[in-house]
Design a protein. Structure first.
Length: 200
């Protein structure tokens, strides 16, 4: 999932989700000032009219299909956030503010597209940042997602069922690796959707 895109992208995602038997979706439940801070970059970027992009709809996964939300709760996130060092939290605040200002004043589709590119070799070689916030945003939430998928497979052996996992792109590699190593899954194919087009 990408959290800022053309509305046509989200329409296409919703149409695909409706074809599944179960949707496992990302979403920190409840309100948290820390979550608002970490998501304000793309929330405020959506206000840049020249980008012509839309923020991911909160009800994207609400397509009439049973949905599971295994993500961390807002109180849990806030508690973990308070245990991150003050220096790291201050740095994140400054970086987020600068990113918002840049995207509001100078942001372009080209700029965003250049930072969305994911390459398998880069992902395989990527080393952990060592930042506490990464352990909270990615590692802890990846663990909850993987546990939920294992529970689905262990307690609901539904051969041939289609389960959609709707999580941010950064969660894909760990989850795919987990499904391979723990459950013996293989990647059979990859289908791509257009997030947005670039001006000519």
């Amino acid at each position: 999932m990408i959290h800022l895109a053309d509305s046509s992208f989200y329409d296409a995602v919703a149409a695909r989700l409706a074809e599944h038997d179960l949707v496992v979706a990302e979403g920190i439940r409840g309100k948290s000032r820390a979550v608002q801070l970490l998501t304000r970059t793309y929330r405020l970027a959506a206000l840049n009219r020249k980008l012509g992009l839309q923020l991911q709809p909160m009800d994207l996964h609400d397509v009439g299909v049973p949905t599971l939300l295994p993500d961390i709760t807002a109180p849990e996130f806030s508690l973990a956030w308070r245990h991150i060092s003050l220096i790291e939290r201050a740095a994140i605040n400054v970086i987020a503010l600068l990113a918002v200002l840049f995207l509001r004043l100078f942001g372009s589709r080209e700029f965003i597209a250049g930072r969305l590119a994911l390459d398998d070799d880069i992902l395989n070689a990527k080393q952990p940042s060592g930042l506490e916030v990464d352990r909270l945003i990615r590692d802890r939430r990846d663990a909850l997602l993987c546990a939920a998928l294992t529970n689905i497979l262990d307690t609901h052996p539904i051969d041939g069922a289609n389960v959609a996992v709707v999580y941010g792109a950064g969660h894909v590699r760990p989850v795919v690796d987990y499904l391979r190593s723990r459950h013996g899954y293989v990647v059979s194919r990859g289908d791509w959707l257009t997030i947005f087009t670039l001006p000519h």
